[in-house]
Each structure stands twice: as C-alpha cells, then as structure tokens.
Design a protein around this ligand. Structure first.
Ligand code: LMR
Length: 417
C-alpha cells in the first residue's frame, strides 16, 4: 500500500443515515436519504410489489438462475415502454438499445464508461479529449464522483437561482450555448434532486432546442418517474419530447436514459435499473455494436445483473392488474408527500416563521430545497434530532402527521436563531 492513503469524509447521504441510526433521541426525524416512508414513518412495501412477489414465487419462473448478461429481457423491454411510452416510435422503429443495470447509479456508471470509450463529439478528432459531462448546479452529490472516478471531466451548469428560488433559465441556456459542440448534458428527467424544481414544458422546449442547436448529447437521469405528478406519462414529458423529435426537430447525436426503479417501486436495495441508448435513426449494425459494448462492460464488472428485483418489476410491468395497482401506489406516495409539503408550510405560516415558505409546496418529487443554511441544518441535527442534508435538502417523505408539527417548530427555532 501507499504510505499515505487518505481517509475520505463519510458519504453525505449514507453518513447522515449512519448518524441518524446512532441517535438515541426518541423524537428524532429522518429527512435525509430519499426513501419513501408511510404515515407511521416506516418503509412501505408497495401492494403491487407484494402481489408480484406472491405471483412470482408461485410460478415456474421462480428460481435463482443467472440472467443473460444484458438482463431479464421482459424487464428491459417493459422498462423502455415505461419511460418512452407504449406508442414510442423509438421502440417501434427499432432505434433503441437497452441493458439492465444496478439501479440508477449503476446505469450512470455504465453510461459514463460507454461514453468514455465510444463517444466523441463531432468536432473532436479521434484522439481528442474526452467529452465533458455537464451537471446542474446543484445536483445529486453522487453524480460528480460517478463520472470523476471514470476519469471524465465534469462541469456545472446554472440551475437554481438562490435568491428567487426558481430556475436560472438564462444561465442554463447560455452555458448550453457556450459548451463545446457535442458535450454531454445530464438532465434530471423529473423531480430534480436536490431542489424539487423542474422546468415547465415551455422551459424544457427551450432547453432541448438549445441542446439540439449545439448537437449536445442529452443524458436523462430518471430516478423519480411518478413522484412528481403521480402520473408516469406526465413525469416522462421531457424525455418523450426529446426522443419523439429526434432526427427531425432535434439533431442530437444520440440520447441516453439512466432509469432507476429504486424509488418508484420502493425496491431500494434490489438495485433494479436500466440504460437505454436511443439512436437518431434505425441502424442495426450500430445497435448490435452498442449492445455488445454495453454487454462487455456488464460482463467485466458484474458478470450479469441481479435477477430477483428485475423479475418482480417485470411481473408488475407485464401484468395489467399489477400495472394498475402500481399506478395507484404511485398516487398514494406522491399525494402523501404533497400533503406533507402543505402541512409543513401551514405549520410554518401558523408559527409566523420568518421568511417565505411557499417554495416548499411549489417544488415536487421527494425533496424540498428548503433554503435553510448549513448552520441551521447543523443546529437542527444537533439540537433537535432533525436530520437534513447540509445543502438544506429535506426528504419530505420523512414527514408524517406525527412529526410535522415538531419539525416546523424546530425549523422555526433555528431560523429565529
Ligand atoms: C438520495 O439522493 O437521497 C438518494 O438518491 C439515495 C442515494 O443513493 O443517494
């Protein structure tokens, strides 16, 4: 070993989870990691998942054999339909390559490695520098290191305007315009993490236009489909808009989607996800080549993906009654979170907590970017046992009727100082 292996700080999210677990206060509240909790603060096994598990365990498909390298075929094809829509031309015209991944993080890693090995922007010569991945400021803490460990360069694009608590569209468009042609832009498909702020349709159209003009490659990270509006189709609007207009209105060199089912089926630990590569046109030779390159990455790193979760999700996606139940489950989760947002704001208003809090109800998905400072967040944890990420991100799913008034009272206390 080298003499001075550096000890790294704990992961911002899992480190927080560990501190929370050690805290002995009975009234502690976990608003840290993005995992859905029910009205009693407990993990929730979705009814659709329970039904699928029963069905699977009583079927002849139930075994623990290896999956193919590229994953469970009925899962990857159904996963593509979830994000692109049943009527997607990219699917019917065969412009797609899909492969199963270790949830969203694994998908981003595979996508990053594939881009590193096989993508060069149009104006780069064969041995020119690698593409830069542009990430929103702020973004999910893990994004940077997923690409940096691969040796890829990351840059930030303006996203959150701190003073107005809204989208910095001008800054974002100007960065798209000034980035070298063919750069990679990572976009949060819905329920932006950590801000909970998504562009509206008009803003998305401007973003996609600008990306197309510079022939940039959109890389969608879709980890919360169904959490923003409760509707899978609505939450896929931006992705579908981009994909459906490829090769006509939008001249993207290609498009990648990294899809996680951790949150929207609540199978966090089962690591179910997929990478979809969408080509501008049908090209079977290129498709087969890309499929083989993605397969090589999977084979060399994990041999083949985990089977159990993929079989459960496949069962849900391919069984109409279960799919309906899943859509209902998404409404249960997204509407409970919406209700908690409202109750938190009501409580803060009732306490006349200094500042404005309506951004909490305007944001969507699992998170709220509260605007609390790192000092206020530290005091919430130390003095009150309320755990948030240092950026001020609160996982609203951690609120419930039993703790929301307490959390508002603690926020009120730290804001007043
Ligand atoms: C989060 O942002 O809290 C989640 O995506 C969990 C994680 O893996 O960081």
């Amino acid at each position: 070993f080298r003499a001075n292996i550096k000890q790294l700080p704990a992961d911002p999210l899992f480190g927080l989870k560990a501190r929370y677990a050690k805290d002995l206060r009975s009234n502690k509240v976990d608003l840290g990691i993005g995992a859905y909790r029910d009205d009693n603060g407990k993990p929730w096994i979705l009814p659709s998942v329970r039904l699928a598990e029963n069905m699977l365990q009583n079927s002849s498909e139930y075994n623990h054999e290896y999956l193919p390298i590229s994953g469970f075929p009925s899962f990857t094809s159904a996963a593509a339909r979830v994000i692109l829509g049943d009527d997607s031309k990219a699917i019917s015209e065969n412009k797609l390559v899909s492969i199963q991944s270790l949830s969203g993080t694994g998908a981003l890693h595979v996508a990053g490695l594939f881009l590193k090995n096989q993508y060069k922007s149009e104006n780069e010569s064969a041995n020119a520098s690698l593409p830069t991945i542009y990430l929103s400021n702020p973004t999910w803490a893990n994004h940077f290191q997923i690409f940096n460990v691969l040796g890829l360069k990351t840059e930030s694009y303006p996203y959150w305007n701190t003073s107005t608590k809204s989208l910095d569209l001008t800054g974002l468009l100007s960065t798209i315009d000034s980035a070298p042609e063919g750069s990679v832009f990572l976009l949060h498909a819905t329920a932006h993490n950590p801000t909970g702020l998504d562009p509206n349709e008009e803003q998305w159209s401007k973003i996609l236009d600008a990306l197309s003009k510079k022939r940039h490659l959109p890389l969608f990270d879709s980890a919360y489909q169904g959490f923003s509006s409760g509707s899978l189709a609505k939450d896929a609007w931006a992705v579908r808009q981009a994909v459906n207009n490829m090769g006509s209105k939008y001249q993207f060199p290609g498009l990648l989607i990294c899809q996680s089912f951790a949150k929207n089926v609540g199978m966090y630990g089962e690591r179910v996800g997929a990478v979809h590569v969408v080509l501008p046109s049908n090209d079977e030779i290129l498709q087969n080549a890309i499929q083989s390159q993605l397969s090589k990455i999977i084979r060399s790193e994990i041999s083949n993906p985990p089977a159990y979760g993929a079989k459960i999700v496949s069962k849900i996606l391919n069984t109409p009654e279960l799919y309906k139940q899943w859509e209902q489950d998404l409404i249960t989760m997204s509407s409970r979170i919406g209700k908690m947002r409202q109750e938190l704001v009501n409580e803060l208003n009732r306490l006349e907590t200094p500042g404005t809090w309506n951004h909490i109800t305007e944001q969507q998905g699992m998170f709220s970017f509260t605007g609390l400072t790192p000092e206020q967040v530290a005091s919430l944890e130390k003095d009150h046992g309320v755990y948030l990420v240092g950026s001020g991100r609160a996982s609203i799913a951690g609120l419930n009727p039993g703790n929301v008034a307490y959390v508002a009272k603690c926020i009120d206390a730290v804001v007043r100082g």
